[in-house]
Design a protein around this ligand. Structure first.
Ligand SMILES: *[C@@H]1O[C@H](CO)[C@@H](O)[C@H](O)[C@H]1NC(C)=O
Ligand SMILES: *[C@@H]1O[C@H](CO)[C@@H](O)[C@H](O)[C@H]1NC(C)=O
Ligand SMILES: *[C@@H]1O[C@H](CO)[C@@H](O)[C@H](O)[C@H]1NC(C)=O
Ligand SMILES: *[C@@H]1O[C@H](CO)[C@@H](O)[C@H](O)[C@H]1NC(C)=O
Length: 424
């Protein structure tokens, strides 16, 4: 595949020599059993202090170097982690089974990386890893979709308290708190990441014109993000609407807007600048010490017509590698955000900021049957439009949190190892 030609940023997780890494891992495990915890959580360290439960790290089997994003969907007779009966937090928009989706085969696939096994999600272990920490999903409703999947994946261990009202009554900004783990989960709705304003004379609709202020971050999230430990950034479908771009307060161009006076800079221009501004904002927050994750572009799967002209998604099986490949505009958007992420990572590493990737684009491209189509219900939305953008719960989006779980383990292990090296 073409996109593998670029170096994927996995930062501190990568090591030039796999055998050295295995060796270090071995040392780490030996040391973990010897070094008292008080040494590891040395509060004078300039690095982040891992509050991580060491016994959890020991219980999770370490993999050798593995690209978890390169692999295949394989059939999994075990089926999903939860159902709408075991998780009561599934919203109607994504509760496909409740609204009569007849096929269940889409629930029986697991992501299998080529070179290793993706560990099954374990809510206890996840919550131990994030104990005392906070995690924010920043983006549009697909970002929220992932948070909702996470709520359900954790539901067999703990239900959170909804503490949103302490902060706002706007339902697009949610905060959940897990008292037993002192873990905060939040979602900040910011579909463009940057400041945006409606600009359509006929009002807001699915495809109305908006102004984007590409060099001004959306303070709806940035003003509250500084103390979060994990920030998962994403953005996608909203960039397809007609947009006028502003920089320095001046119109600089547009995208998808037939106005001869304004130069069309393309969707990629706006997408790039929005991510640049979002990442730069995090870098510049003095107190920010979080791990910044990019969750890459999530493809939609409209077929048999455009999204607003009767398009739907009625397949029941994944695409094979031969049937579909990452290319065209999806590839372009993916590469655009990856370039911005990589640049940000290089700068951020100088500040000891950490970065993580959830490269879900190609993985999800192969799951055209994972969307609600017409089996999701939203009170306020035009139900004549099929939903081939969001993902059913349970469904393939649960994999994003398996990938997140894996990355958190890697991050925790790397961070403990880094500390231990100081004492060797
Ligand atoms: C670590 O995790 C284990 C397994 O869940 C739990 O029994 C133990 O109490 C935890 N220890 C600490 C110090 O939190
Ligand atoms: C769960 O899904 C079933 C169909 O599988 C449906 O009959 C039921 O109403 C749903 N329950 C809830 C609480 O969503
Ligand atoms: C999850 O992890 C905990 C702690 O390591 C373990 O006790 C438990 O059996 C695991 N659960 C599953 C379903 O594997
Ligand atoms: C709903 O969508 C259809 C198809 O695009 C459109 O014809 C109709 O006007 C829309 N209705 C409302 C209330 O927005």
């Amino acid at each position: 595949m073409k996109f593998q030609a670029i170096e994927l940023p996995n930062g501190k997780y990568s090591s030039p020599n796999p055998s050295i890494k295995v060796f270090l891992l071995t040392i780490t495990i030996v040391l973990l059993t010897m070094v008292p915890l008080s040494l590891i959580s040395d509060s004078h360290s300039s690095y982040r202090i891992p509050k991580t439960n060491i016994s959890i790290l020991k219980s999770i089997e370490l993999e050798k170097k593995c690209d978890i994003f390169s692999g295949n969907w394989v059939s999994d007779p075990k089926g999903p982690y939860y159902t709408n009966a075991t998780c009561h937090l599934i919203i109607d928009q994504q509760n496909c089974m409740k609204f009569g989706r007849p096929d269940t085969e889409f629930l029986k696939w697991r992501w299998k990386p080529d070179d290793c096994k993706l560990p099954r999600f374990n809510g206890t272990q996840f919550l131990e890893l994030v104990k005392g920490k906070s995690m924010a999903f920043v983006g549009d409703s697909v970002g929220r979709n992932q948070m909702q999947s996470l709520l359900c994946l954790l539901a067999d261990v703990a239900y959170p308290k909804d503490v949103s009202l302490k902060y706002t009554s706007d339902i697009n900004f949610k905060r959940w708190f897990y008292p037993d783990y002192s873990f905060t989960l939040a979602t900040f709705w910011s579909p463009f990441l940057v400041k945006a304003r409606d600009a359509d004379p006929s009002g807001h609709s699915y495809n109305s014109l908006m102004n984007l202020y590409l060099d001004e971050v959306d303070t709806a999230w940035s003003a509250q993000i500084e103390n979060f430990d994990y920030v998962i950034i994403s953005a996608g479908q909203w960039f397809f609407r007609p947009l006028v771009f502003y920089e320095n307060g001046q119109v600089v161009g547009c995208s998808n807007y037939q106005q001869r006076k304004i130069v069309d800079l393309t969707i990629y221009y706006g997408y790039r600048k929005a991510f640049r501004t979002a990442f730069r904002t995090l870098q510049n927050l003095k107190e920010y010490k979080g791990v910044t994750f990019l969750r890459t572009f999530s493809p939609s799967h409209f077929e048999n017509g455009e999204w607003n002209k009767g398009g739907n998604c009625v397949r029941t099986k994944p695409f094979t590698n031969e049937e579909i490949r990452l290319d065209g505009y999806i590839m372009e958007l993916f590469l655009t955000q990856m370039e911005e992420f990589k640049t940000s990572e290089e700068k951020g590493n100088k500040r000891h900021l950490q970065f993580g990737l959830l490269d879900t684009t190609e993985i999800m491209l192969r799951r055209p049957h994972g969307h609600p189509n017409n089996y999701g219900h939203s009170l306020h939305k035009n139900v004549t439009i099929n939903d081939c953008v969001h993902w059913c719960l349970p469904g393939p989006i649960d994999t994003w949190n398996e990938l997140l779980f894996y990355q958190l383990m890697k991050e925790a292990q790397a961070s403990v190892r880094e500390k231990l090296q100081k004492f060797v």
